[in-house]
Design a protein around this ligand. Structure first.
Ligand SMILES: [Zn+2]
Ligand SMILES: [Zn+2]
Length: 95
C-alpha cells in the first residue's frame, strides 16, 4: 500500500499491490518480453547479451537477460502476467 519506487524507472508511484514495478513499465516490458525472441538481445531493455556458451544453453529456458536488474524486472513482469491470466480465468469461471 502507498508509495513504491519502481525498480525500472526509479519513479515513485502509487500502488495498491505489492509490486516494485509501475504500471507504465509493466506494460512496456510485457510487450518487450512477448515480442522479443531474438537470441543475444535482452528482452527487457533490448541491450546486447553476450552470447556465450552459457547463454546458448540457457537460451531455451528463457534466461538470457543482460543484467541482474533486467532479471528482476523480467521476474516481476512474468509474475504479474501469470496473475492476470489467473484472474482472467477466474472471471470466465464465474460468468
Ligand atoms: Zn517504472
Ligand atoms: Zn537488459
Amino acid at each position: 500500500m502507498g508509495k513504491q519506487k519502481c525498480i525500472a524507472c526509479s519513479q515513485k508511484f502509487e500502488s495498491d499491490r505489492e509490486t516494485l514495478l509501475c504500471d507504465e513499465c509493466y506494460e512496456k516490458y510485457k510487450q518487450h518480453i512477448q515480442l522479443s525472441k531474438q537470441a543475444g538481445v535482452c528482452p527487457v531493455c533490448g541491450g546486447n547479451v553476450q552470447f556465450t556458451e552459457f547463454y546458448a544453453k540457457t537460451y531455451y529456458a528463457g534466461e538470457k537477460l543482460c543484467s541482474d536488474k533486467c532479471r528482476r524486472i523480467e521476474r516481476l513482469v512474468k509474475y504479474r502476467m501469470r496473475r492476470e491470466e489467473y484472474l482472467k480465468g477466474e472471471d470466465k469461471h464465474d460468468s
